[in-house]
Ligand binder design. Sequence first.
Ligand SMILES: *Cc1c(COP(=O)(O)O)cnc(C)c1O
Length: 427
Amino acid sequence: MDNTYTKETLCVQAGWKPGNGEARVLPIYQSTTFKYETSEQMGRLFDLEEEGYFYTRLQNPTNDCVAEKICVLEGGVAAMLTSSGQAANHYAIFNICEAGDHVILSSTVYGGTFNLIAVTMKKMGISCTIVDPDSDAETLHAAFLPNTKCVVAETIANPALVVLDIEKFAAVAHAHQVPLIVDNTFATPINCNPFRWGADIVTHSTTKYMDGHAMCVGGAIVDSGNFDWSLYPDKFPGLCRPDDSYHGVVYTERFGKKAYITKATVQLMRDLGSIQSPQNAFLLNVGLETLHLRVPRHCENALRTARFLENHERVAWVNYPGLESSKYYELAKKYMPKGTCGVISFGLKGGRDAAAGMMDRLKLAAIVTHVADVRTCVLHPASHTHRQMNEQQLKEAGVNPELIRFSVGIESAEDIIADLEQALKGC
Ligand SMILES: *Cc1c(COP(=O)(O)O)cnc(C)c1O
């Protein structure tokens, strides 16, 4: 039913559906637990024989309404919230991988995701092969091993702004009978629905544009319902074979297209517990109500700012997939015809030292460790997030020492550009 509405309407109205006489606004179910009349019914809930709330570590009605909104915006069949984007990517992978398994990872993913998979999950016995997202299909095919369980990449990489050829990645993953997991944080469902192009699972750091106001750290996982796990029971035993911790339930048999999200909820949330608080879910929902208004404005302001920078004599280079000069312009046009994101990266002719001075002179754009909220902000990865690395290590990590990450907000583009103009004068 929700699917007949446009995204604009879904941003505002999907999720919470009040009954007669109920609160118009999504209530915060600020309760750890839920009451039942009989002990026997509570028992059925624990056996997953009946659906219902019993403990907020597993499910909470406020969270579920917000997850439902994100689910319909992405065009999925089931979704869940997590405490952070990191938790979302961890669970999305760990739900189908265990010690001895292997993951294929795009080299340009967010640093946190890279560490999660290449360092921490490695300690859990899950290995990975890192691939260049621009590789041709043949090179990608060669990265697969018999124990590969998924491919992980980002629609628009943070902060490299590489646009993923989703169809190419999905085709290769499916040829090896594994799902493609796409982190759609930067594009948001307003600009791109990776499921339309063959992605199977989508993750989000809702901390960024979805919340949009830099208020709450959070994450989400959405399942398209398109990947048929039951065809590959040997590859995905966790979904297709009995779970002893629930009296032998087989998720694909009991829950059909909701198997993946149900398992992540009743098993990973139960055991690892990275829940989003209902308070934060409430605030996330307020953010989502204006996502369709904010995202186009971020993109419009970013394009104008990128054009200004591109024509500025003290700017050496600008990277923004919405610019015709971008290597990713054509891919961006295909996958995100309405716009890409509000984040730009650029370098100054004066290099790293000029970058620090310019940033200090900015008045409107604040120096913060964040991207993708309403307020324009700026970060110099070589001096901040990656400051422990020397020039050689920066190069290996793909972080140009002079790169400035500029997250364009929804203020007036004139004011943002004027701020940059005055700050660039001293370079
Ligand atoms: C920020 C970010 C994350 C991590 O999200 P947190 O909410 O900070 O845990 C993951 N992926 C992408 C693309 C991000 O930008």
